[in-house]
Ligand binder design. Structure first.
Ligand SMILES: [Cu+2]
Length: 694
């Protein structure tokens, strides 16, 4: 498959296709035309190389209207879009729904790849088309690893990029290399990245432990036959994360080692008919412990070994007839998860956390066609079959502990096999009212089956895919799938003769979710106090988000995003848990041919619409000022420099959870209250990067 590369010289603040509009005024730019056109239904994208301050791919989501990240640790960023987070957001890495090996999502999909080896991060704003994936109730995020384009001649041409970065707030040291060679038939490339950092500092001290250590490798080979009739792509991606802190969770990462291998084949069957096929395999292992960065008495020391094995397939046909296109296909994946808990000082101690399987098979069809010259319709239908099962569990504590014995026996005595049949329907329309005004509206029915944690957590534990609310949960085998009705209304208004002077695109949305899955107070016995059980409840989300861009002069431009979402229960008077506060980002950018200066203000409102059920604490609002500069010395060397949080503002991000690390004394810790102290965010961070390319 051909990847579109976006070259945007000098824009540190580029956040959307709108930023590419600056292209006209610059020389050293090549942009594929389609990136500039206001193509209907195209996703919003962020190119990591334009934002060198970011370490984690998940943090790029903060640049996208309506999107954010639940941050449980240095590398642990769980995507949130319009109030829905975790498995509700379908994250695809090179088309694969990479699974977290850890049942507490210490290694969510977006944590497995260095930003330096990432080409682009995209998100479908509003209603994700059904063709974008299986289970897209909270939209689809796509992460593309770096690759190469095929060349034009016989001769192999080499290219490469070296990156180095230092950051002050965490004494971060990052280095990466990407080298490859391509001609018109073959391409081959290798990418390596290594990233280390200490616990980051904030206004009043150090946030212990937020150390991180990650190595990433990507290797790829591609072949295309004459005239591009057949194309093969093989790529391999390895993630080796070492000791890394997750202070919002009861344990920290000892390691995550993951391999994903991906084979794609595309062929042009005849004029306008394209077939693509994909198979992929993931194998990831993870170890976590509660004692490597924390003080724990010997009997309470624990570690867990977890792994996931997953196979993926996709077969898709695309027919293009004039302006009309029809896409249909089948796709799915299997996932086997195992997680066991141990005591390092007692080899007889062994508790099954999970031994489960979740398999998805899905079929879809989607049509995009002009209804009138001004109105384009995209409509898709998807059927998904989700099969889940859990093996018998065992716990060595059952011999002496009644709770363990009763819960184990109850779980093993009943059938755990579940099958869900889910229908997704999405209709999006783009209505061109004039050269400068389009309307976008959509209507969808989207579904999500319960996660394995939500169904099969038989002991009261905190392994809840990263909820980080400090609460113990029980799963619920009989959960029903979530069903959302989604409404979208947006407009894009542009000015200027080519529509490139300014742009604003507000969207409003309403999502009504039946059988939304949320913890409710446990009513079964035996159970420790304050346990929650996953249950189907009624919920709704609504809000407004937008991006904007305005070219003030030949060299000066303004851009940004605004996001507001409310998440409420409909069955009782309560708010939903961990909803991003309203926020705005405004950037001002000054660009010359070979250098640029930028500043941005990021402001978050307080969040006091919190979940009583989760005993969630409110958080205060804050505003930050960031500065950045970039200088392209010549066509090989680019330097960038920046200061994030220039004023060294002390603040907590509502989405970063509470401190659970008892050695994190600068933040504060209370053994009797898991939500006593919200985790602070980074203080002033000075960073510099050097990029060499040839
Ligand atoms: Cu873990």
């Amino acid at each position: 498959m051909k990847r579109t590369r976006y070259f945007l010289y000098g824009s540190l603040l580029s956040i959307s296709p709108t930023s590419l509009l600056l292209a006209d005024t610059l020389e050293s730019i090549q942009i594929e035309d389609e990136a500039l056109s206001n193509t209907p239904f195209e996703p919003f994208f962020v190119t990591p190389e334009d934002i060198p301050s970011v370490v984690n791919n998940a943090d790029f989501l903060k640049r996208i209207p309506g999107a954010n990240v639940n941050k449980n640790g240095a590398l642990t960023g769980i995507p949130q879009y319009r109030g829905m987070f975790g498995d509700r957001v379908n994250v695809l890495t090179d088309g694969i729904n990479v699974k977290a090996a850890g049942p507490n999502a210490m290694d969510p999909a977006m944590s497995s790849l260095a930003a330096d080896l990432t080409e682009v991060v995209t998100l479908y704003r509003g209603i994700a088309p059904v063709s974008s994936g299986v289970e897209t109730i909270g939209s689809t995020v796509k992460v593309e690893t770096k690759s190469l384009d095929f060349g034009t001649g016989e001769k192999m041409k080499t290219q490469g990029t070296l990156n180095a970065k230092l950051s002050s707030v965490d004494k971060g040291k990052h280095a990466s290399a990407f080298v490859g060679a391509a001609n018109k038939s073959h391409k081959i490339y290798v990418g390596l990245a290594t990233e280390q950092g200490d616990s980051f500092s904030f206004k009043n001290g150090e946030n212990f432990n937020t150390d991180y250590d990650r190595d990433t490798i990507i290797i790829g080979y591609g072949f295309q036959s004459a005239a591009g009739k057949h194309q093969f792509d093989l790529n391999y991606h390895h993630n080796d994360t070492g000791k890394t802190g997750t202070p919002a969770l009861p344990m920290d990462i000892a390691y995550v080692k993951g391999d994903v291998i991906n084979l794609d084949y595309t062929t042009q069957l005849n004029d306008g008919l394209k077939m693509s096929a994909k198979i992929a395999r993931q194998d990831s292992d993870h170890k976590m412990s509660n004692f490597q960065f924390r003080t724990v008495t010997a009997p309470a020391r624990r570690f867990a070994l977890t792994d996931v094995k997953s196979d993926n397939y996709k077969l898709q046909l695309e027919k293009q007839i004039g302006q009309q296109s029809l896409t249909m296909g089948i796709n799915g994946d299997t996932a086997k998860h195992r997680a066991d808990i141990f005591n390092p000082d007692n080899s007889a101690f062994k508790v099954t956390n999970y031994d489960v399987e979740r398999d998805r098979n899905s079929v879809f069809a989607e049509v995009t066609q002009p209804v009138t010259p001004a109105l384009t319709l995209q409509a898709g239908l998807r059927y998904t079959n989700v099969k889940m099962n859990a093996a018998d569990v065992s716990t060595s504590l059952a011999a002496t502990n009644t709770l363990h014995r009763v819960l184990r026996d109850r779980f093993n005595a009943r059938s755990r096999k579940k099958t869900d049949d889910n229908i997704d329907l999405a209709v999006n329309m783009m209505h061109t009212l004039s050269d400068h005004v389009t309307l976008e509206y959509g209507l969808a029915h989207k579904t999500r089956s319960p996660s394995y944690q939500e169904r099969y957590l038989y002991l009261p534990l905190e392994s809840t895919a990263g909820l980080a609310d400090g609460r113990q949960y029980f799963g619920n085998i009989d959960l029903k799938p979530e069903k959302a009705t989604q409404l979208e209304l947006g407009t894009t208004i542009t000015t200027g003769t080519t529509g490139k002077k300014s742009r604003i695109s507000p969207h409003v949305f309403y999502h009504r979710v039946d059988d939304y899955i949320q913890g409710t107070p446990t009513t079964s016995t035996p159970a420790p106090a304050n346990t929650l059980t996953f249950n189907n409840i009624e919920a709704e989300f609504y809000g407004l988000d937008m991006d904007f861009y305005h070219q003030l002069s030949q060299n000066m431009s303004l851009d940004g995003t605004l996001s507001h979402v409310r998440g409420k229960r409909r069955d009782i008077a309560d708010n939903l848990y961990r909803i991003a506060p309203s926020n705005i980002r405004v950037g001002l950018q000054y660009q010359r041919t070979n250098w640029s200066l930028g500043s941005e203000i990021i402001a978050y409102a307080k969040q006091d619409k919190v979940s009583q059920t989760n005993s969630e604490k409110a958080s205060a609002g804050y505003a930050l000022l960031n500065l950045n500069a970039r200088y392209q010395a010549n066509k090989h060397l680019t330097l960038s420099f920046g200061i994030d949080n220039l004023l060294d503002k002390g603040y907590t991000s509502h989405l970063s959870g509470y401190n659970r690390n008892n050695r994190n004394t600068d933040v504060g810790f209370d053994a009797n209250d898991n939500q006593a102290f919200r985790l602070p965010a980074e203080g002033r961070n000075v960073y510099a990067t050097v990029k060499v390319e040839w």
